[in-house]
Ligand binder design. Structure first.
Ligand code: SF4
Length: 339
């Protein structure tokens, strides 16, 4: 083990979080990039490895716990969130991560996503969104584009896709962020930010599936276009984008418009981003390329008590209010004997 003790502090390298298992994703899959970012972020957090638990469901992304030198749990389809909730509530000292995909999290597991958001359990959810079922060889998923032709929709899907960020916000999320798997530094930064948040953190990651849905995000994530087609959010800063920083968004009377200006001279009415403003977060979540730039970064962040904090607080109150002697407790109410 290459972990070194320095003045009582543990200092990790990203390689300390690699397991001895062979990584089995298709060559070129962006899951490799997310795995590296995750290992790097965990090394930065410098928390003992045995404090991390990585829980997954089923799908290509859900193989990830095997590749981590932490505790892990490869769960069943759509159920990583309830498993992670149980782990966190049973032992709040653990740092609990959920690794899930668009099928696992938004189709069979969609119900769990809604309820964990409103409960604000202190777990961190990394959604790998490749807009396809990769492991089962290319069926359309809840985030697939309408009209997409594939094995289960030979004439094109007729369904409107789910927007994961909008769904999380509508369910009461206290931390929501988005990035692309290719933006390695940004991804590492957001994983660290997600960890800092006390409560459910939801990180939506665009992830290219090289085999079944290659290039689906290229229009706004390729190196030569991303500055013009991404809106990188910073709390307290105006919503400005473009390679030359010469475009901005103006939200007014429930509408949004793009303003163009001289690079150093943005108009005063460009909207200032406020990560606590739910209406603004929701409006941003519904901006789609090619009409608008795609928002990236922390979209919403607010403080609220976490689920397990409230549960443990209630247990303390109950201990003060009621006797801890089980026998006394049983006979303290309306008790009778059946003969
Ligand atoms: Fe990655 Fe797609 Fe291969 Fe799955 S099928 S490992 S998502 S490239």
């Amino acid at each position: 083990m290459s972990v070194t003790e320095q003045e009582g502090q543990i200092t990790y390298k990203w390689t300390d979080f690699k397991s001895d298992q062979d990584v089995r994703w298709c060559p070129g899959c962006e899951d490799y990039a997310i795995l590296k970012a995750f290992q790097t972020a965990l090394a930065e957090l410098d928390i003992p490895r045995e404090k991390h638990v990585v829980v997954s469901g089923i799908g290509c992304s859900s193989r990830l716990p095997y590749y981590m030198s932490t505790y892990g749990f490869h769960g069943i389809h759509g159920r990583p969130i309830p498993i992670a909730t149980g782990v966190k509530v049973a032992n709040p000292d653990l740092v609990v991560w959920v690794i899930t995909g668009d099928g696992d999290c938004l189709s069979i597991g969609g119900n769990h996503l809604i309820h964990v958001m409103r409960r604000n359990v202190d777990i961190k959810i990394l959604l790998f969104d490749n807009r396809i079922y990769g492991l089962t060889k290319g069926q359309y998923s809840p985030t697939s584009d309408k009209g997409m032709v594939n094995r289960t929709a030979p004439m094109g899907t007729v369904e409107e896709p789910v927007e994961p960020v909008a769904l999380a916000l509508a369910s009461g999320a206290t931390f929501v962020a988005r990035t692309d798997a290719a933006y390695l530094k940004h991804l590492i930064h957001l994983i660290v930010e997600a960890h800092k948040h006390k409560g459910t953190a939801f990180l939506h990651i665009y992830q290219n599936c090289y085999v079944y849905n290659d290039g689906v995000f290229d229009d706004f994530t390729q190196r030569d276009v991303r500055d013009d087609r991404n809106l990188v959010l910073e709390h307290g800063k105006p919503l400005i984008f473009g390679k030359n920083r010469d475009k901005g968004l103006r939200f007014k009377d429930g509408m949004v418009e793009i303003a163009e200006f001289e690079p150093a001279d943005p108009p005063e009415d460009i909207t200032i981003f406020d990560e606590t403003n739910l209406s603004l977060a929701f409006a941003l979540s519904k901006l789609y390329w090619p009409r608008f730039p795609v928002p990236m970064g922390v979209i919403r962040r607010v403080e609220q008590p976490s689920f397990e904090e409230l549960i443990y607080g209630q247990i303390e109150k109950a201990k003060q209010k009621f006797s801890t002697d089980l026998n006394k407790l049983i006979y303290s109410g309306d008790v009778w004997e059946v003969k």
